[in-house]
Design a protein around this ligand. Structure first.
Ligand SMILES: Cc1cc2nc3c(=O)[nH]c(=O)nc-3n(C[C@H](O)[C@H](O)[C@H](O)COP(=O)(O)OP(=O)(O)OC[C@H]3O[C@@H](n4cnc5c(N)ncnc54)[C@H](O)[C@@H]3O)c2cc1C
Length: 350
């Protein structure tokens, strides 16, 4: 081992603990933060470090208890008026300062709109690596490196990426990819408060107004039942057949990229690698072949019901229940059966 390598190894060994960024807006925590605390706990156990939550915002102190309940042993908090609403500059500065002072070995963030923006800014400032959209995280028992697995080359292979020479090892994970952990008993932990050291005059970005998006929002990643259609549905008009089923079950519609590209449903309905990752209780895949790029977005659903006229369609490999047939016959029959069984007890949330 050369002297530079030895120095580098000594510097890297100063980095300990697993950190999870607790994303919040107006005091409401993004559920992906709890999911990350779940996986973070396992990583901390494997690496021998402590699990910490990192919380930035204004008047957010009431959230620390919940962070402990999800398994964190300590919480770093910067609570200041300039952090009330998210802005890249001050949030990135807060996290970079904390990392430089407390040296975490691993730093996880949700691959949300905010998390994608913030993680990139933090990683580039710290000159460390960042693996986006990981689907698996574990510790290599030999090297103690974080194994960051994610789809690569259009989703056709899974690549495992390591960050050997820089710290922290940073990764983002999409909502719903990791299971939601059980909230533990009420626990105690250590709260470490820090200052941001920025005044409003120092910040170039100003928030003039927050405007809530209008229209019927589609919260596919929170839906418990999704009735998704693909190219096999054939037309926008035919999606009404799926809408009927979704209505009876109180579910929401979803789509493959082929159906979105055909203009049958909006992009907000797309499930898969370039759409949303979903984890509903029941996922109906209707007229969807089961390309890997679609599967990565839905294969962890509790129950998958595939309806396809091709018995060889790859979707049947991940399906809990498979029905080979023309959806135009199968779906109306299912809808009627559910309607009678449920007797109008389910709500219409299409
Ligand atoms: C980089 C990259 C990213 C991508 N991201 C995504 C993504 O996020 N999400 C996504 O979905 N795709 C994505 N794709 C596209 C993906 O590779 C597939 O092309 C796409 O998922 C196919 O959609 P589909 O299953 O609806 O269509 P097809 O593959 O054409 O399948 C249609 C299916 O319908 C069945 N069918 C036809 N008629 C009927 C009928 N009457 N009754 C029952 N079944 C019928 C057929 O047997 C067939 O299996 C991506 C591709 C790339 C390269």
């Amino acid at each position: 081992m050369c002297a530079t390598e030895a120095k580098n190894n000594a510097e890297l060994s100063e980095y300990k603990d697993v950190w999870v960024f607790i994303e919040q807006a107006q005091g409401e925590v993004a559920p992906v933060s709890w999911e990350l605390l779940g996986v973070g706990k396992k990583l901390a156990e494997q690496s021998g470090g402590r699990l910490a939550g990192v919380l930035l915002g204004h008047e957010v102190g009431n959230l620390t208890q919940e962070i402990f309940d999800y398994g964190a042993e300590l919480v770093y908090v910067i609570d200041e008026p300039v952090l009330r609403d998210y802005r890249t500059g001050p949030y990135a500065k807060g996290l970079v300062d904390l990392v430089q002072k407390y040296k975490p070995e691993i730093f996880l963030m949700g691959a949300t709109t905010l998390g994608r923006d913030l993680s990139g800014a933090v990683a580039t400032t710290l000159e460390t690596g960042l693996t986006a959209d990981c689907t698996e995280l574990s510790i290599d028992p030999g090297t103690r490196l974080l194994l960051q697995t994610r789809p690569a080359f259009g989703g056709n292979i899974l690549a495992t990426i390591v960050c050997k020479n820089h710290r922290p090892q940073m990764a983002t994970v999409r909502p719903r990819v990791m299971p939601m952990p059980e909230k533990g008993q009420v626990r105690k932990g250590e709260v470490i408060k820090e200052k941001l050291g920025l005044k409003e005059e120092d910040i170039r970005t100003k928030i003039i107004q927050l405007v809530q998006e209008k229209g019927a929002a589609v919260y596919l990643d929170k839906a418990e039942i999704i009735v998704a259609g693909g190219r096999g549905i054939g037309s926008k008009e035919n999606f009404k057949i799926l809408e009927e089923l979704a209505g009876v079950l109180g579910g929401t519609l979803g789509a493959s990229r082929a159906a979105v590209e055909a203009g049958w449903l909006g992009l907000e309905y797309q499930v898969g690698q370039t759409g949303l990752t979903v984890r509903p209780k029941v996922y109906f895949a209707i007229g969807i072949s089961g390309a890997i790029q679609h599967l990565v977005g839905m294969q962890t659903s509790d129950v998958i019901v595939a309806i396809n006229k091709d018995p060889e369609a790859p979707i049947f490999k991940v399906a809990t229940f498979g029905i080979v047939g023309d959806y135009m016959e199968v779906v109306p029959a299912l809808t009627e059966e559910f309607r009678q069984k449920l007797n109008g007890t389910a709500g219409r949330e299409v």
